[in-house]
Design a protein around this ligand. Sequence first.
Ligand code: NAD
Length: 310
Amino acid sequence: MISELAFGASPLGNEFGVTDPAEGVRAVHTAIDRGIDFFDCSPYYGRKLAEERLGIALEGRRHQVVVATKCGRYGTEDFDFSPARLRASIDESLERLRTDYVDLWQAHDVEFADANRITEETIPAMREIQRQGKVRFIGITGFQLKVLCRIAQRAAVDSILSYCRYNLLMDDMDSLLTPFAKQCGIGLVNASPLHMGLLTEQGPPSWHPAPLEVKEAGPRIAAACAARGLRVEALALRHCLNHSYASTTLVGMSTVDQVERNVAALDCALPEDLLAEIKQIAEPVFNRCWTTGRPENTDCSTQRQTNTAG
Ligand code: NAD
């Protein structure tokens, strides 16, 4: 059992701009005080920095939370899902997180790997490490949904994290992944409810992979919310929190103010007419996916392709 709202720690690794470390610690403490008990991290976030900062913030409070981290991705192009790397990776993560176990350990962005090797080598190695007591549950994460299902069909996992596939700009998680997870009783983590910062008043980071026309929809949706005196982040979060199957909605945070506002979103209403207006704005770019990972693992060929040239 985990809280319906979860804390994404990638911003602690400066993935969305420079974060003040002391404020990051205060954000983590505020989140725990407000009832958030699921924290998601990775060695990839800030190239180890996020794990280090989360470890510091959780000192003395580790027993109050469920900690998730990942393995296999260590840089933009640095992937290694081999059993030998995984065995070293878990020990390094435990040291940075200042704990002797993680609750959920996930193979990070599996679409960048050969799916057969993930099922035949990576997941069995993760299960072996689980038997040693270093991790309680194992999972896989990624953007491309079909390969997540293909892998989980062949090698049992406890949870699947998918990002940017169920929010105000996309909902194909529900056609491509949710029914499978539900049928198999696999935990589903819906990450990036703000479409990696695109559904915020400040807008997305420069590295955001969505096509230009999707990025242009963000400020228009934010303006429609602002016209009603509402913040787009609250509406976007509330929409995801209403999901009927996802175990939790995982949002990236690094300041006390963000934590307070995101917790307040639990009590905000989502006016039907505003939702209809947002849907109308989003419609021309809705479910516009983009390519990540190996060509054979992409979902995009069967959907409307990313096409920044229009
Ligand atoms: P997100 O949609 O949660 O957006 C995060 C951005 O929104 C950050 O810039 C944050 O500062 C900002 N933000 C948060 N609350 C705000 C508020 N109230 N007002 C204004 N701005 C606000 O995207 P994300 O952080 O990429 O996703 C959430 C988490 O999910 C990540 O931190 C990570 O833990 C996980 N994740 C995992 C994967 C993966 O495994 N492949 C991929 C993406 C995300």
